[in-house]
Ligand binder design. Structure first.
Ligand code: NI
Length: 225
């Protein structure tokens, strides 16, 4: 499921993060990929051990916690501490698939079900830099306002096209969902949004209650919690 989650961060939050990031020490983005990724990845990242990465990452996580749309769509079980990257001067990341298993602190691991990119540059700040996601329905080009998030299946091939002018700054992270299967997660999301719409109309309360029960019982049946 490809989903645009608008306004995860306010413009004030974005400005605060950008002020810190624009003055940060960036490292080669190939630090955090395997051999396959290193061949096509040409960007910069905040180093994994950077205190700034941890500090700004917690701001992003707090914003996600406040966003009901993100929660309903992703049904997160674990979220990788957010990372930050920057593409400039022709920087690009060719077609690749994200690693399936990531290491968290304390020896814990996360299976990447959902990939997330939170845009921190406005589209008019740079040329190029589209996130291109290839799935069974073809290729989708994504370039969102600063503060907006795109979530997409980690199983999809994707790339970031060369940034030919300006700088594309973003936060990115992965989610292990309570619902591993993308199609099941999508069904739950569609049911959830339609129940919410029914609730706001004069729909039969008994029928809404029954549907709500079906939603929770499917979640109970399918979730890995
Ligand atoms: Ni990727």
């Amino acid at each position: 499921m490809l989903l645009h989650v608008p306004q995860v961060l306010s413009s004030d939050d974005v400005a605060q993060l950008r002020q810190r990031l624009d003055a940060a020490d960036w490292a080669d983005g190939r630090e955090t990929v395997g051999v396959q990724g290193a061949r096509v990845k040409h960007n910069q990242q905040l180093p994994d051990a950077s205190p700034l990465k941890a500090e700004l990452g917690s701001i992003v996580l707090a914003a996600l916690q406040r966003h009901p749309l993100f929660f309903a769509a992703a049904l997160p079980l674990k979220i990788l501490p957010p990372r930050f990257n920057r593409y400039t001067g022709g920087g690009t990341y060719g077609f690749h698939v994200d690693g399936a298993v990531m290491n968290l602190a304390h020896g814990e691991q996360l299976r990447s079900d959902i990939s997330c990119t939170l845009f921190l540059s406005a589209p008019e700040e740079y040329d190029g830099g589209e996130l291109v996601i290839s799935d069974t329905y073809g290729e989708h080009e994504v370039k969102l306002p600063a503060g907006d998030l795109i979530v997409y299946p980690s199983s999809s091939l994707h790339q970031v096209t060369p940034v030919t002018c300006g700088a594309r700054v973003a936060s990115f992270f992965w989610v292990q969902s309570m619902i591993r299967d993308d199609a099941q997660r999508r069904l739950l999301w569609e049911m959830d949004t339609s129940i919410e719409r029914l609730r706001q109309t004069s729909a039969d309360p008994g029928a809404v209650l029954q549907l709500t029960g079906v939603y929770h019982n499917l979640l109970r049946r399918w979730s890995e919690v």
